[in-house]
Design a protein around this ligand. Structure first.
Ligand code: CA
Length: 198
């Protein structure tokens, strides 16, 4: 169950969106103004469905503010359908865009796909500016180029990355990679190989 906040001053639209998103198993709240939205949003909010034209301000400003504060995924919902306003919507950091009148089923589908992407984004581990680990895909890149690692090398790198604030003992690594041949000097050999690769 996800916590979704709808910021929309047209109550009929908000009610329809709410009904469909609740039916899909989400916990949905609704506010009608920018100031109420600022009070309602917190770190527990998983996604915001945001109207751009609000009675007390521009949704674009709210979008930027919320993303800076919590990095919350945002889907913009608006009658502004021009290409210019779509570009402005994405420029303020929104993840997706839906033009009114919209299909509530399409909204539910977009919510699901944005939440899925956000989850993958949260899982990515960055090591400095060059190395990225994608645990969902079990892949590693260096400067955007895939690094070829054996399953054990990958497990060791992941274990070190997850514990990068501390020193990881050889025993912990052996335990973590949990391979039948992982005893003795195997880990040392892997570490030597990895140092050469990365
Ligand atoms: Ca409006």
């Amino acid at each position: 169950m996800y916590n979704i906040l709808i910021v929309e001053d047209e109550c009929k639209i908000a009610e329809t969106a709410m009904e469909y998103l609740q039916r899909d198993g989400n916990n949905v709240r609704h506010v009608t103004t920018m100031s109420d939205a600022l009070r309602a949003v917190d770190a527990e909010t998983d996604l915001i469905v945001l109207d751009l034209m609000l009675p007390d301000g521009r949704g674009e400003d709210l979008c930027e503010h919320i993303i800076n504060l919590y990095n919350t995924p945002v889907i913009i919902l608006t009658s502004k359908s021009s290409e210019q306003s779509r570009i402005r919507g994405f420029a303020c950091g929104a993840d997706d865009y839906l033009t009114k009148p919209f299909s509530p089923r399409e909204l539910v589908a977009k919510v699901k796909s944005v939440l899925k992407r956000a989850k993958q984004r949260d899982n990515i581990i960055r090591l400095g500016n060059e190395i990225m680990i994608y645990p969902d895909r079990r892949t590693v890149t260096k400067n955007n180029i895939a690094v070829k690692l054996t399953p054990n090398e990958y497990k060791i790198l992941l274990c070190l990355a997850n514990n990068r604030q501390s020193v990881v003992s050889r025993d912990t690594l052996v335990e973590d990679i949990n391979a039948p041949d992982a005893a003795d000097r195997t880990v040392d050999v892997h570490i030597r190989h990895n140092t050469a690769k990365t």
